[in-house]
Design a protein around this ligand. Structure first.
Ligand SMILES: [Zn+2]
Length: 249
């Protein structure tokens, strides 16, 4: 049973009266699609809240309209246009210092205004940098621009705004570009099940294959209702008094 390690970790937490928070971040969202419907449908069937990281420069009214019937979906901002500005040979990034910082700042402001206008209260002002990369000088701009949080990948660090990261990526980006092995994903999740931790599961609905769909279905089935964990929205986790003190690694 590939999910054994995660079940054991959650059982241990529950036996000690503890739990972890789980949250779901889906990146590169622009417009309605069958792939988006499949992702949102799976989460909704299990009443799991999700956070869509939306690319402001490429999105519009159609997505806002589609999300009107989704009570548990938040929208956050995924950079401005998801363009790589890094020089050749450097890892892809949009929010580095490859351009004048006031250009980056202007786009971060424009995107926030645009997504607020499109999504109203559904928009949660957390920045999700494309490729999970952002220069500390850009992070320093976020509070004045009105962002309340930052979300990348891996362990959280001290920053100008609270960080709520993702930690488990379902896609094998450097290999098949399909779903990663479910046993590995369950083991990775189990390994970071510390009491009070917030564990982010990172998805990209546009490239999900059967393996991802199967993994998510099994993850959702075994975790919903388990006393060792609870699925929460990004906004709820960041608003809880214990956060981010418990998130330090
Ligand atoms: Zn992205």
């Amino acid at each position: 049973m590939t999910e054994r390690l995660l079940i054991e970790a959650l059982d241990r937490l529950a036996a000690n009266g503890k739990h972890v928070d789980l949250w779901l971040r889906d990146d590169d969202c622009i417009e309605p699609s069958d792939a988006l419907d499949a992702f949102l449908g799976a989460a909704a069937r299990h009443q799991i809240p999700s956070t869509l990281a939306v690319i402001p420069a490429h999105t519009g009214e159609a997505l806002a309209k589609r999300l009107e019937r989704e009570p548990d979906v938040l929208v956050t901002m995924h950079g401005w246009s998801h363009e790589n500005h890094a020089p050749q040979g450097v890892k892809k990034r949009e929010l580095g210092l490859d351009r004048p910082i006031d250009v980056v700042e202007k786009q971060l402001q424009q995107g926030l205004e645009m997504l607020t206008a499109l999504h109203g209260r559904r928009f949660f002002p957390m920045l999700v940098p494309p490729w999970n990369r952002i220069d500390p000088a850009v992070v320093a701009l976020l509070p004045a621009l009105g962002y309340c949080a930052l979300s990348t990948f891996g362990p959280e660090k001290a920053a100008a705004v609270p960080m709520l990261n993702t930690h488990v990526d379902v896609i094998d980006w450097h290999g098949t570009r399909g779903g990663r092995d479910a046993a590995v994903l369950f083991a990775e999740t189990a390994a970071i099940c510390r009491p009070g931790a917030a564990i982010g599961v990172l998805t990209h609905h546009l490239v999900h294959d059967g393996a991802v769909a199967d993994f998510l279905e099994r993850l959702f089935s075994l975790t919903t209702g388990h006393p060792g964990c609870r699925w929460r929205s990004a906004a709820d986790i960041l608003a809880s008094p214990a956060f981010p003190a418990d998130q330090k690694t």
